[in-house]
Every structure is written in C-alpha cells, then in structure tokens.
Design a binder for this molecule. Sequence first.
Ligand code: T5A
Ligand code: NA
Length: 210
Amino acid sequence: MTRGKLILIEGLDRTGKSTQSEKIVKELGDEVVLFKFPERSTPIGGLINQYLTDRSFDLPPQSIHLLFSANRWEVNAKICSLLESGKHVVLDRYVYSGVAYSAAKQIPGMDISWCLNPDKGLVKPDLTLFLSNQDSSSLQDRDGYGEERYEKAAFQKKVRETFFQVFDAIPDDNRVIVDVTGKSIEQVFDTIMPLVRKVLGNNSEDYLYF
Ligand code: T5A
Ligand code: NA
C-alpha cells in the first residue's frame, strides 16, 4: 500500500486558504481528509480560540506560540495514521503559519529558529501551496475581516515579510508560491488543482520531517 500524501495550503489571513482546502477535498472525495489549524475543538485549541477572539484573555507570546505548536502535536498521530493507511491529508495552515505569526511579533529571543524548535519532528508536506497577495488592503473588504486578534493591516504586513524570511530559513523543494492577487476562487483552484494531482500521483514512500 502506498502511503497517502500530505498537502498544505498556507498563506496570509483571508487569502482563501479554507475556501481552496474545502474545494480540493470536495473534488477528491473520501480519499482525502481535511485538518485545519488551529484545531479549535481540542482542549488546547479551546485556549487558542479564546486568545484569538477575546482581547481580555491575554497570554505571553511564548506561551501562545507553544500552544499553537502543542495543538499540531495533539493531532499529529491521527494525521500520521491516516497517511499510513493510504489516505491523503489536506492541511489548512500548519508549521509555516506557526513560525511566521510568532516571529513577526519581534520579541527578543523569539527568532525563527526558536519558533521552529517545538515543531521539529512534525511531518513535512509533500506539497505546500502558499497563497500570496500583492496588496493586503483589498482583503479587508472580505467578510469577517478584523474580528480576530492578528487581523490588523500593519501586523499582516510584518507577517508577510516574515513568511518569506521563514521560507529562506526552512529549505523545501515542495513549496510553491501562488499569486492570488485579483484572481477569482475558480481561477485559483484551476491553478492549484493540477499541482495537487501531480503530487498525489507520486509513489514516494519516505516521509520528510521539519
Ligand atoms: N495562527 C495560526 C498562528 O498565529 N499560529 C499558528 O500556528 C496557526 C496555525 C487564525 C489565526 O491564527 C494564526 C493565524 C490567524 O491569524 P485561521 O483560523 O486559519 O487562523 O484563520 P481564519 O480566520 O479561519 O482564516 P483566514 O482569515 O486566514 O481566511 P482564509 O482561510 O485564508 O480565507 P477563506 O477561504 O476563509 O476566505 C475568506 C473570505 O474571502 C472569500 C471567501 O468566500 C470568504 O468570504 N474569498 C474570495 N473572494 C474573492 N476572490 C477570491 N479568490 C476569494 N477566496 C476567498
Ligand atoms: Na481560514
């Protein structure tokens, strides 16, 4: 039995990650399982949700960083066993978001290497699609923007820069930057779906790890 493939959809806030992840899963049916991070339904995910949505619930940046990582570890065994059973897994955000959003805060000592450390050992995706936009101001018009903690234009700009620093620091031949500026949902989907299909057709058995 060939192991399943791990496909990651990454990007800035409101670039259409959840929309595209759901469309991929709809297209491929029950050969694929979707996970979204943060996974807010777990005990640790509940704390993360409270931190993101309730400004009166504050945590030190180091603590919330470690909770985001711990949340991925909470789900890791399930992801690995699905891949082993031959199912493909689609992730909506993962390690790159974890490192970029925390390192963008520019807290002394919390550099990219510190931020990546607790995620070391997590399975690395067979394909990472990073949804990128040239100008984040247009995204603010989309539904629901600005309700959560990190949804501020100045911080998003910092996060965008940090994502590219993270990409320089973490080599990954299976990462593709997809420019979604001015593209419709269907246009983005038509760009990424062939890349997904190509990776699902590989018969590589070895896992890569962060
Ligand atoms: N975070 C996350 C960390 O700090 N550390 C971590 O380790 C992790 C995992 C919540 C926050 O947590 C941070 C990052 C975030 O700030 P989240 O739950 O993924 O993370 O955030 P969400 O609010 O769910 O997702 P986003 O805001 O990032 O939105 P998406 O998923 O990129 O966008 P989506 O698909 O929900 O679309 C948003 C709207 O735009 C429309 C959609 O219909 C929808 O209305 N849309 C388009 N409209 C026009 N053209 C297109 N091409 C469109 N694509 C989508
Ligand atoms: Na989302």
